[in-house]
Every structure is written in structure tokens, then in C-alpha cells.
Ligand binder design. Structure first.
Ligand SMILES: *[C@@H]1O[C@H](CO)[C@@H](O)[C@H](O)[C@H]1NC(C)=O
Ligand SMILES: *[C@@H]1O[C@H](CO)[C@@H](O)[C@H](O)[C@H]1NC(C)=O
Ligand SMILES: *[C@@H]1O[C@H](CO)[C@@H](O)[C@H](O)[C@H]1NC(C)=O
Ligand SMILES: *[C@@H]1O[C@H](CO)[C@@H](O)[C@H](O)[C@H]1NC(C)=O
Ligand SMILES: *[C@@H]1O[C@H](CO)[C@@H](O)[C@H](O)[C@H]1NC(C)=O
Length: 537
């Protein structure tokens, strides 16, 4: 470790300084203030004096309040959520939440985006199949088929990416983060905010470089012990079914914007109708516009909508139509918004999936010789979540047959004292990363505190809350931590139609003269509809 660290420092000295410039082909939807830079890092941190480098494409949003007090690095999860698009589409919310005094910087981790791509299939037909991660309880033949799919994908990815596959992995990305910190020529300390998979990256960089941590927020927390060491991410799905129930419970609680509430049926009955519909679609799919709506499609749509309750009014409209045997153009548009259909969408998906497998599977240690060996894990996933259990099995079955191992893996126990304490954030009901994982991680990092956010959704971004803005900005600007376990109230309920932009503008109204001018210039996207992604964490 020591010698690698030394080389790191000398490499950084040569590379010091980052030349920020305009971003090429910046789409109109991106904030015009965004800046970009190419930044080179060592390709392989384990080979002492190798001079091969890798170019990271950095994106930066300058702090709303200048001069900036430094930079916060972000990772949006996936792995594979692209840095530029995520930073751009969430720019105003992130700037306000972070306290507006720091530049926000992000890059695509190696293995994703324009770094070292993990290619798997050149053939479009194969690509399309690979994208169809069929839930394993879709039929009594699906499980075997998905296992064989995993065998084939693992083999094809190995054939296509064998040169670079082992250079991908979270420990190297953690080193890349510290290279960027050195390149930024600030105080040499890391400020970081990671979502979802970005929390595993954050826990890893904190454990590898505890003395260089200024402030870290883990937001929407994975259990990193399971991520690295277990045959599947079990804990992740612990609250998924509660969020499925939440779609119906919150609908009945705020019926004006929920199509499903119109018939005056209770939440329990609505949920029962949902499960009946889902299983019936296995045998009797229906056609809505250009879509064949079957079990696979409905699981894909609803699992997407678990990320963020902003999607629930649309989900409810679709479900009501399906309950009633309708096939309207509204229903078709809703499906199209959730479910990739164009070739471009499929290619995007395939990139995401390859990146996710490339990073997660290379980090993850256990392998299985046969489907039989994985059956106990499959059963356990089914037991943990009736809804997500069979949706996520496919990704685990690929990892268990993956043929790369990351050249470096963090193998410690995440019991670490960082130079400054970390803030661990989770909503109370997150279908992808439950609150209990936030407490699990916090128990290892000395002095860290958990901030809960009341409500449903994946990470604090899913619940508009003025309180969350206060707590997160106080942490980044001042190092102030909330009481351990403090729960922030939501400022908007599911089906209210109220988003971040509304509450930020209302908050600015209240504090007119202090904050409103700072917020000026940032246009909050109306509602950030959930990304059209296949499952990502
Ligand atoms: C980064 O490198 C690419 C490819 O060489 C180039 O097109 C782009 O202009 C560079 N970006 C910046 C901000 O220098
Ligand atoms: C590495 O350094 C050697 C000697 O300086 C040089 O000949 C070679 O081109 C370099 N390779 C790369 C990939 O930069
Ligand atoms: C699998 O599907 C059947 C119906 O087709 C259902 O009865 C069963 O509960 C499902 N099991 C799981 C674990 O999803
Ligand atoms: C955290 O999670 C890991 C993996 O599930 C488990 O082994 C460990 O006991 C948990 N730690 C705490 C403090 O709950
Ligand atoms: C900043 O931190 C100090 C102590 O750490 C605390 O007393 C003060 O209230 C904080 N200020 C703000 C604006 O959060």
C-alpha cells in the first residue's frame, strides 16, 4: 500500500492542474455554466512505473456563490449513471442542497461512459437479448434460461474486454477520486457525495484514505459488506415490498391526483388487484399500442417507478387502465417513458448493464459452479422481496459466473476512523437501498451520523424536503452534523405533484433577499421524471 501511495503522489505532481474548458456538444438541456476537462490518471495502479494513462472526462458546475470554497465530487450510482447527464439534469437541486458554496465535480468511473468501456456484444441481436433481464419467476423455465444467459454474457464480456476488464473496479475508482482531488490543487482533502452505488464507492474511498476525508455524504446506502463478499445483495431489497404497498396507500391518502382512488377501493384491495393482474399477465398478456404488456414489462415499469414517487400518478393511471381492460394512448405513452424501445435506448441500456456488471461483478468475490449452487440465494431473494426478488436474480447470476476479478479490491471491514466524520443519509422507505443499510455502514465509521428522510424513494433526492436542504448544506458549508437518527420531514407528499423546484422557490420566497438571488440563474427542472433506465442501483 505504501509504495503505491508514493507513486500516486509523484504521478499527481506531474499531472497537477486541471484545464477547465467548454464542454463539447453540450445539449440545450444542460446548464450553460457547465465546464469540462480531460484529466489523466494512471491506467493501472498496481504496476509500479507503468506510464500508461487513462483519460477521465470531468464535468463541473461552478459554485453559485463565488469564490468557491472548494469542490465536492459526486457519483450518481449505477454504476454507469453518466456524470454529465446526471449533474446537468439535477444541477439546481444539487447546488441548493449542497449549500451553493462549492463547485460540483463528477466523472464517469472507469468501465462506464467514455472511459474504458466494458464491451460485451457487438451483435445487435445479442445485445437486445442481453438487455432483457427477465425476472426469474416469469415462467417455470425462466430461471434456467437466465442462468444460461449469464454464462453466455460472462463469456462474451470476457472475450471482448479481456485486455482491460481487470482494470475496472471500485478500489481503482477510489484512487482516481484522490488523483482528481490532487489535480484540483485545493487543500488535498476529499469532499464527496455519493448516491446508491456511489455510497459503496464513498465507503471504499473513506476506508482506503481515512486521513484525507474532509466531508463525505453517503446517500441511498448499499451494504458494502454484501456488495463485496456475499453471493447476492440481499439486504438491498429488504423494504421493496413496503414501497410497492406505498404506491397504493399514499394514493388513497391523497386521492385527487391518483387515478386508482377514483373507484373508492381500499389500498389493500388495490394491491391485491395489482398482484392478480401481474400473475394473470404471465398467461394472458395484453396489447397496449405498440407494447405487449406481460409480466416482464409490468415488472420493469413498476420497478422503475419505485425509485421516485413522482412517477406514481403515471403508474396509477396505467394500472387503472389495465385493471379495466383499457388500452389508451395515455397508457402507451406512460409505458414508453419507462420502457426502452428504440435501438438507441437498447444500446444505452446495454452500456449500463455491461458497466454495472464490469464494476460490481469484478469487485464481488464469490463465484458459483452451477445454478444448483445459487438456488439457496435465489430462494432467499424471493423470501426477502416478493416484488424485487425475481427481478434482481439475473444480475446476481451474471456475477456468479463473471470471469474478471478487479486487480485491486478493498478487503477490509469498513471499521475506520476518518479525519472528519461522515454523514449517512437514507429515506425511511427505499426500495433499492433500505434504511437499515445506512445504520449498518454508520456503525463502522467512527463518529458518523445517520440522517433519515421521512417518505418513499431512492436516496434523499427522491423526497423534496427543505429540512434535508438545511442539514446537507450545513454539513458541507460548516461541518455541522444532525443528531444521530434525526428524521427530516418531507415537504411534499406522493401524489401532491410538488417537486424540488416548487419547495425551493417557496423557500426562497420566505427568505427573500437572502437566498433568492443566489438561486437566481438556476432553472429547476419541472419534475425530474425517473430516468429511462433498466434496473440500476
Ligand atoms: C477532451 O478530449 C477530447 C478528445 O481529445 C476533445 O475532443 C475535447 O475537446 C477535450 N475536452 C476538453 C474540455 O479539453
Ligand atoms: C512510456 O515511456 C516510454 C519511455 O519514456 C515511452 O517510450 C513510451 O512511449 C511511453 N508509453 C506510453 C504509453 O506513454
Ligand atoms: C411465482 O409466481 C407464482 C404465480 O405464477 C406465484 O404464485 C409465486 O408466489 C411467485 N413466487 C415468487 C417468489 O415471486
Ligand atoms: C452489516 O452487514 C453485514 C453484512 O450483511 C453483517 O455481516 C454485519 O453484521 C452488519 N453489521 C451490523 C453492525 O449490523
Ligand atoms: C456551524 O457550526 C457551529 C459549530 O460546529 C455551530 O455552532 C453553528 O450553529 C453552525 N452554523 C450553521 C449556520 O449551521
Amino acid at each position: 500500500m505504501f509504495s503505491i501511495f508514493f507513486i500516486l503522489l509523484s504521478a499527481a505532481a506531474v499531472e497537477a492542474g486541471i484545464a477547465w474548458g467548454e464542454c463539447n456538444d453540450l445539449p440545450d438541456t444542460m446548464p450553460s455554466t457547465m465546464q469540462c476537462a480531460n484529466f489523466s490518471v494512471p491506467l493501472d495502479y498496481t504496476t509500479g512505473y507503468s506510464n500508461q494513462s487513462l483519460t477521465l472526462q470531468l464535468a463541473r458546475l461552478p459554485a453559485a456563490v463565488q469564490p468557491a470554497r472548494g469542490s465536492i465530487l459526486l457519483n450518481f450510482g449505477g454504476p454507469g449513471a453518466t456524470a454529465r447527464a446526471s449533474l446537468g439534469s439535477l444541477s439546481s437541486t444539487l447546488m441548493v442542497m449542497s449549500g451553493m458554496e462549492h463547485d460540483l465535480v463528477a466523472f464517469d468511473p472507469r468501465g462506464t461512459g467514455n472511459t474504458i468501456p466494458i464491451r460485451c456484444h457487438d451483435d445487435l441481436g445479442l445485445l437486445q437479448q442481453a438487455f432483457e433481464l427477465i425476472p426469474t419467476n416469469a415462467s417455470d423455465t425462466a430461471l434456467g434460461s437466465v442462468w444460461a444467459r449469464g454464462t453466455l454474457d460472462a463469456q462474451e464480456c470476457y472475450e471482448a474486454s479481456r485486455e482491460t476488464g481487470s482494470l475496472v473496479g471500485t478500489a481503482f475508482v477510489a484512487r482516481d477520486l484522490m488523483e482528481v482531488v490532487d489535480g484540483l490543487e485545493g487543500d488535498g482533502m476529499l469532499r464527496y457525495w455519493g448516491f446508491s452505488y456511489g455510497t459503496t464507492l464513498g465507503a471504499t474511498v473513506a476506508a482506503m484514505f481515512p486521513e484525507r476525508i474532509d466531508k463525505i455524504i453517503l446517500d441511498g446506502v448499499q451494504n458494502p459488506h454484501e456488495y463485496y463478499h456475499d453471493v447476492a445483495d440481499f439486504e438491498e431489497w429488504f423494504d421493496s415490498d413496503k414501497v410497492v404497498s406505498g404506491i397504493f396507500q399514499t394514493c388513497v391518502a391523497l386521492p385527487e391526483n391518483c387515478a386508482l382512488a377514483q373507484d373508492g377501493v381500499s389500498a389493500e384491495i388495490l394491491e391485491e388487484q395489482f398482484w392478480d393482474l401481474l400473475y394473470r399477465l404471465k398467461y394472458e398478456p395484453v396489447v397496449v399500442g405498440r407494447f405487449k404488456v406481460d409480466y416482464v414489462l409490468l415488472k420493469a415499469v413498476v420497478s422503475q417507478s419505485l425509485y421516485d414517487s413522482a412517477a406514481w400518478p403515471a403508474t396509477a393511471l396505467l394500472l387503472r387502465g389495465l385493471f379495466n381492460g383499457e388500452a389508451t394512448s395515455d397508457m402507451e405513452s406512460i409505458i414508453a417513458a419507462f420502457y426502452p424501445i428504440t435501438i438507441e435506448d437498447v444500446l444505452d441500456q446495454a452500456g449500463l448493464i455491461a458497466g454495472r456488471s464490469g464494476i460490481h461483478c469484478s469487485d464481488n468475490i464469490p463465484r458459483a459452479e452451477s445454478l444448483d449452487a445459487m438456488l439457496p440465494a435465489v430462494e432467499r431473494l424471493y423470501d426477502i422481496s416478493r416484488f424485487m426478488g425475481d427481478v434482481v436474480t439475473g444480475a446476481q447470476l451474471i456475477c456468479s459466473q463473471w470471469r474478471f476479478a478487479a486487480k485491486e479490491r478493498y478487503t477490509g471491514d469498513f471499521h475506520v476512523t476518518t479525519a472528519n466524520p461522515m454523514l449517512i443519509v437514507s429515506t425511511q422507505l427505499d426500495a433499492h437501498t433500505p434504511l437499515r443499510s445506512a445504520y449498518n455502514v454508520s456503525s463502522g465509521f467512527e463518529g458518523s451520523r445517520v440522517l433519515e428522510v421521512e417518505g418513499y424513494g431512492h436516496s434523499s433526492l427522491a423526497v423534496p424536503s427543505l429540512c434535508t436542504i438545511d442539514k446537507i448544506s450545513a454539513y458541507f458549508n460548516n461541518g455541522t452534523l444532525p443528531e444521530h437518527g434525526f428524521a427530516c420531514e418531507a415537504s411534499a407528499q406522493p401524489y401532491s405533484g410538488i417537486g424540488w423546484d416548487d419547495i425551493i422557490n417557496a423557500g426562497a420566497e420566505r427568505k427573500r433577499g437572502t437566498t433568492s438571488s443566489r438561486i437566481g440563474g438556476y432553472v429547476i427542472p419541472r419534475s425530474y421524471a425517473p430516468a429511462r433506465h433498466a434496473m440500476h442501483i
